[in-house]
Design a protein around this ligand. Structure first.
Ligand code: 0GY
Length: 292
């Protein structure tokens, strides 16, 4: 059997920044536990167990109040592990599913009952075997009446090719990790500016200003990420989300310290108002609209 991968630290530092009361970690995952929730036969990585208890302990340690659990590719389209985490959260988690195009209406309704409020379309070739745009579009049209949104994960080099598909999506769409631009040239860099223009031209698109540990060329304290990405929070304050990305799939060679990731927040969102929008108001509108 393939060795199971550990990509997170069991001993993250305590952040020096205290998130505002009610803050939501809007991008995290759970893995397994495998004995109860086996991984997909198509999984591109087989991680060690990172279940709800660990996630909620991290939430409390970092000073967050709620989590958005995003179905990870290693669980394919079987969302039971994500649903299990939501069910164990005491109402403090909701989630994003990955669904098979053949899913029935009653299965979609069951996902809604279980706390799912969005679907994710993943275009990373190292994570999924195929990404059928026509099928994704059908799914998007079916989830729209439920009030859900779409999450897309792609890399910057395919943004142009993907644009007609993205423009056809009928819902709010959230782009994971800013579509992974190259940060070498900072805020003025070509891929950063192309994505900025895309957001300017498409009001229904939001982005997660997360992934510092993946996009930075420098590592902690992620000065290059902050310099290139903080302007997005300033320019699009009502269309940004942030998450830890715990348990950091595929980061086993450079395991991030979650406390240091949280310490980026006051530099990404320098005022209490920007922090409240990024960490509370925006995710509440997408995931707990009935409380807004
Ligand atoms: C992330 C990033 C990655 C993995 C997944 O679903 C996944 O497996 O999203 C990655 O390897 O870049 O956001 O979790």
């Amino acid at each position: 059997m393939t060795d199971r991968i550990v990509s997170w630290t069991s001993n993250p530092s305590k952040p020096t920044f205290t998130p505002p009361e009610g803050a939501i970690d809007s991008h995290c995952h759970v893995f397994g536990p495998m004995a109860e929730f086996p991984f997909s036969p198509k999984a591109k990585y087989i991680p060690d167990d990172a279940g709800p208890e660990q996630l909620f302990a991290l939430r409390d340690h970092l000073g967050f109040s709620r989590n958005i659990v995003v179905q990870a590719s290693c669980h394919g389209t079987d969302n039971s592990s994500t649903l299990n985490a939501i069910a164990k959260s005491d109402g403090k988690a909701r989630g994003v599913a990955v669904v098979d195009p053949a899913i029935s209406d009653s299965e979609l309704e069951a996902l809604h009952e279980g706390g799912i409020r969005g679907v994710r379309f993943n275009f990373l070739k190292r994570l999924v075997d195929d990404a059928p745009k026509d099928k994704f579009l059908e799914i998007a049209k079916r989830i729209e009446p439920l009030g859900w949104h779409v999450i897309v994960y792609f890399e910057a080099d395919i943004l142009e090719e993907l644009t007609p598909f993205l423009e056809a999506l009928p819902t709010t769409v959230v782009v994971d990790h800013l579509g992974r631009p190259d940060l070498t040239e900072g805020f003025e860099g070509k891929e950063v500016q192309t994505f900025r223009k895309f957001l300017q031209d498409h009001d229904n698109f939001w982005t997660k200003v997360s992934g510092a540990e993946r996009l930075s060329n420098q590592g902690p304290p992620f000065d290059d990420f902050v310099a290139a990405i903080a302007p997005f929070v300033e320019e699009f304050p009502d269309r940004v989300l942030w998450g830890t990305d715990w348990p950091h799939p595929n980061m086993q060679h450079d395991i991030p310290d979650d406390g240091k990731l949280v310490n980026i927040l006051p530099r990404l969102a320098p005022t209490p108002e920007l922090q409240r929008k990024l960490l509370i108001d925006n995710p509440m509108r997408l995931y707990w609209p009935e409380e807004v």
